[in-house]
Design a protein around this ligand. Structure first.
Ligand code: GLU
Length: 311
C-alpha cells in the first residue's frame, strides 16, 4: 500500500543579512506546524538573487536556527545551485507560448498603478513585441483575468485577479537571474513541500505561485500566512528598517516572544527557560488556529512583548 504523503514544511530565508526577530516568527511557525503533525521541516537558502546575497549570512542564519533548537531534516537546499531545474521550467513555459521578452525599465513603469506589494502592475508594453529592441530583456509570463482563489489556513479566503492586480510578471530577470516566483514554485515542488507557512508579506505572491503550479502541472501546497512583525510605522522588521540581529546568547527569550506573537500563550515561567524546554512546550501546545488572523503585529503589541529581548 502506498504511504500517505508526509507533511513537509519549509523555511526559506534569503541570505541578505542575519536572522532577526521577524524571520524567527516565520521559522518557528513553519517548524511547529510541520513537526507537531509528525512531519518534516526543510530549510532552503533563497540565494537566487545572488547580487543581494551577503557573504556569510546563510551560515549565520543556519547557526542561529540551530541555537534556537530548530533542527531541520535533510540537506539544506541552495537556490544558487538550482539553475538547471529553473531553466527546465522556463522552457516548459516557453513551449506553452505564454512568455515574451520585455525590455521595459523600472523607471518606464514607475507611472503605472502599483500593486499591494509596491511593484508596478505591468501595463503590457512589450506584449506585442519588444518596445526597445537591443536592450537586455527580462522574460514575462502572460496572465489572464480568471481570478485565482485559495483558502489560506490562517487568513481565510483569498483571491486575486492577476491581469488587473499584477499584470504579466517577470520569471527571468534582464540580468539573467531567475525570478523568485519561478524558483520558489519549482523548489517547493521538487522538495515535496505540502505546507507553506511564511510571513503575510508573501500573501500577494501566492496567486502568482498557484498560477505557475497550474501551468507546470505541479501540486499546490496548503498555504498559511503568519502575521509579520512591524515597527511603529507599520514597516516590516527587516535589515532595511534596522531590525537588530537575534542575539545568539538570548535565543530563549526571543523564542518565547515569538510564540506569544503567534498566539501561543507560553507561560511567563518559560521566558528564560532553555530552548529545548521551550520547543518541547511549543510542540505539545501548538495550535495553528490560535495564530491571530491578521496581517501584521506591531512591535509594541502586548502579544509581541519584545521587552524581554532587550532586558
Ligand atoms: N525568501 C523569502 C524571504 O526571505 C521567503 C520566500 C518564501 O517563504 O516563499 O522573505
Amino acid at each position: 500500500m502506498a504511504k500517505p504523503p508526509v507533511a513537509r514544511g519549509r523555511f526559506a530565508p534569503s541570505p541578505t543579512g542575519p536572522l532577526h526577530f521577524g524571520s524567527l516568527i516565520a521559522a518557528l511557525g513553519s517548524f511547529l506546524e510541520a513537526r507537531s503533525r509528525g512531519g518534516e521541516w526543510r530549510v532552503r537558502i533563497e540565494d537566487v538573487d545572488t547580487p543581494r546575497t551577503v557573504r556569510g549570512a546563510a551560515d549565520a542564519i543556519l547557526r542561529v536556527l540551530e541555537r534556537c533548537g530548530l533542527a531541520w531534516d535533510g540537506e539544506v537546499l541552495y537556490q544558487s545551485r538550482r539553475n538547471e531545474a529553473y531553466q527546465a521550467a522556463l522552457e516548459r513555459l516557453l513551449s506553452l507560448g505564454l512568455t515574451y521578452p520585455c525590455a521595459c525599465t523600472r523607471r518606464e513603469l514607475a507611472a503605472s498603478p502599483h500593486a499591494h506589494d509596491g511593484s508596478p502592475v505591468y501595463p503590457g508594453y512589450c506584449r506585442a513585441g519588444v518596445r526597445h529592441p537591443g536592450r537586455p530583456c527580462a522574460i514575462r509570463l502572460r496572465v489572464d483575468d480568471a481570478p485565482i482563489l485559495f483558502r489560506d489556513a490562517i487568513q481565510g479566503d483569498c483571491g486575486q485577479c492577476l491581469a488587473s492586480e499584477v499584470g504579466d510578471f517577470v520569471i527571468r530577470r534582464a540580468d539573467g537571474w531567475f525570478a523568485y516566483q519561478l524558483a520558489v514554485v519549482v523548489d517547493d515542488a521538487d522538495q515535496g513541500i505540502t505546507q507553506v507557512v511564511r510571513g503575510s508579506d508573501l500573501l500577494d505572491s501566492t496567486p502568482r505561485q498557484i498560477y505557475l503550479q497550474r501551468l507546470l502541472d505541479l501540486p499546490t501546497p496548503v498555504y498559511a500566512h503568519l502575521p509579520i512583525a512591524v515597527d511603529r510605522y507599520g514597516h516590516k522588521l527587516s535589515k532595511q528598517t534596522g531590525a537588530p540581529p537575534l542575539d545568539e546568547q538570548r535565543c530563549g527569550p526571543a523564542l518565547w516572544a515569538a510564540l506569544r506573537g503567534l498566539g501561543q500563550p507560553a507561560p511567563l515561567a518559560l521566558a528564560h527557560a532553555p530552548v529545548a524546554e521551550l520547543i518541547a512546550w511549543a510542540l505539545a501546545h501548538w495550535r495553528l488556529s490560535s495564530v491571530p488572523a491578521v496581517l501584521s503585529l506591531r512591535q509594541e503589541s502586548p502579544l509581541l512583548n519584545l521587552a524581554c529581548l532587550t532586558a
